[in-house]
Design a protein around this ligand. Sequence first.
Ligand SMILES: [Zn+2]
Length: 167
Amino acid sequence: MRATDDRVYAEIMKTFNFRIVPLATEVAEGARRAAATGARDHVMLTTDSPNSYPCRHCLRWANPGERVILFTYASVPPGRPYSETGPIFVHAEPCERYDTIHEYPPDFLSGRIFRAYDADYNMIDAVIPDGAEPEAVIENLFKNPETKFVQARSMNRGCYTFGVERI
Ligand SMILES: [Zn+2]
């Protein structure tokens, strides 16, 4: 019993130096409203395969048969050399914003790469985990005092998945 208690305690005590930043609820709701009006740049899709349509709001894979909205999102705001706008999905139906922000989203333990940016939105580092735990990769990126925020992106398509902030 004692060993188990110690292990549980150790897990509770493990804290990271970052927090996860899912897509803002206003952005997800705005996308749902735009899709409802038939906006050409907000496409409604019915998902046909698992682990293919990550919702950036609840940070879960959409289940096959669920509807999602595909639209463009400025993950790095306009007006900067590294400004970037690209395609993302959110669930078409209201979903709960990912709220266990002190834990890495379990649906995305693999298949992500991580980019570090400074306070001026310049990309200053990028890491492919290559077998390393993503939490360790992120913590390592924040060891650089210049790192203001980190972005997780899909390894194969490069799409923005979620942000990470220093605590
Ligand atoms: Zn969702």
